[in-house]
Design a protein around this ligand. Structure first.
Ligand code: PLP
Length: 400
């Protein structure tokens, strides 16, 4: 049987069975549902997109996968070239992997070895954010900060190699003042912390982080697995503040296949590039650079550029702000909006129990967690469909 994610298997509700998906819709045998979470924020073009389907099937006719160990192929080369041209600054070196968690692991390993290769071996500490979420593998649990997720992390307790700070300037300054000699890198979900509660923070924090990283020679890593490809209203937050390493996943393939990229700048790449074999990056997921994933990612980026997705996201944000304006309820602590993300935070998680079925009955698939009811819709959503999602969210409170 399937062991489902993040569930107490004994008490979990039977999952809705999906038999088809098209555009923004998921189909169960009985119902058509707008997917308001874009399959964990990845399906930005919607389901069964004809051009993405064509890209992937055309590649499958050639070959689906060959490893990148000792071999290479055009889809991976073209995707690396495309990312080099598409991403800001000198983020030019793409290391592919199969999921966001692994790509964050690779980023941390890159950062650690960057200084190790240079003999600065005391630099082992990661500066991370309170409420951070970077994945479910062991090192990503360690840099993450949410005891509501990773119960097993209690077995180890807090890591001596990670410091967590709030997204506030005094805490940032203080952390650099105290730890700069040991600091290896600063890792953040820029502007929008997703799984930690859809928390939004100011760009000034990232600008100052960049300055302090430069001042103390600390690498800055942006985990844009969730924020990349427009979710904050920017193509990438990296367009506004340039990191040394950028991590992409989820929407990279338009949500078609798990794939991710850890993209390093010139400085980081050069920290490995010499005659010493031990200075090589020792990592190599079997499915890195998977040809189907690379082909669909190339098409996804092409659609994002050619069809001016940023204006679609601006439209989503404008409609969301209009529809949520003035919405308040005694059970609601805060309503937060940024780009293609809206979150209604309640005081008590019990107040969201039953929402999923309520939404289902109104033609919307939603998956609130803890105190957060949110929507991160596919960017192809129409105004009418988006209003249906937002009305469903508001109706849950208004009827109470
Ligand atoms: C910011 C961030 N980083 C990393 C991950 C992990 O990605 P994956 O689930 O593909 O391993 C997630 C997943 O939600 C994420 O939101």
């Amino acid at each position: 049987m399937i062991w489902y994610p993040y569930e107490q298997m004994k008490t979990m509700r039977t999952p809705y069975k999906i038999v088809d998906a098209n555009g923004v819709y998921l189909y169960t045998p009985e119902r058509r549902l707008i997917d308001s979470v874009s399959s964990w924020w990845s399906v930005i073009h919607g389901y069964k997109h004809p051009e993405l389907n064509r890209a992937i099937t055309a590649q499958a006719e050639r070959f689906s996968h060959v490893m990148l160990g000792g071999l290479t192929h055009e889809p991976a080369q073209r995707l690396a070239d495309k990312l080099q041209a598409f991403l800001p600054g000198d983020l030019n070196y793409s290391f592919f992997s199969d999921s966001g968690s692994v790509a964050v692991e690779v980023a941390l390993k890159m950062a650690l070895q960057y200084y190790w290769n240079q003999g600065e071996r005391q630099r082992t500490m990661v500066l991370a954010l309170e409420h951070a979420y970077h994945g479910d593998t062991f090192k990503t649990m360690e840099v993450g900060d949410d005891e509501d997720y990773h119960f097993v992390q209690k077995a180890y307790g807090p890591s001596p190699h990670v410091v967590h700070i709030p997204t506030e300037l005094p805490a940032l300054e203080a952390a650099f003042a105290q730890y700069h000699q040991m600091l290896n890198c600063m890792l953040v979900e820029p502007l929008l912390q997703g799984a930690g509660g859809m928390r939004m923070y100011d760009l000034s924090f990232l600008k100052r982080a960049r300055e302090l990283c430069d001042q103390y020679g600390v690498l800055l890593i942006f985990d844009e697995v969730a924020t990349g490809f427009g979710r904050t209203g920017n193509r990438f937050v990296a367009d506004l503040v340039l990191p040394d390493i950028l991590v992409l996943g989820k929407a990279l393939t338009g949500g078609y296949i798990g794939h991710a990229a850890t993209v390093a700048n010139q400085k980081v790449f050069e920290g490995f590039y010499d005659d010493c074999p031990e200075h090589a990056l020792m990592h190599g997921p079997t499915f890195m650079g998977n040809a189907l994933a690379c082909s669909v990612a190339l098409k996804s980026i092409e659609l994002f550029e050619d069809q001016d997705y940023l204006s679609k996201i601006r439209h989503i944000e404008a409609i969301t702000r209009r529809e949520m304006a003035g919405f308040a309820h005694p059970k609601v602590k805060e309503v937060r909006m940024l780009g293609g993300c809206v979150c209604v935070e309640v005081y008590d998680p019990a107040d969201l129990l039953g929402f999923q079925q309520f939404a289902y009955d109104r033609g919307v698939f939603s998956r609130p967690f803890l105190r957060y009811l949110y929507a991160m819709v596919p960017y192809i959503i129409t105004e009418e469909q988006l209003v249906q999602v937002l009305d469903t969210m508001k109706a849950w409170f208004i009827r109470q």
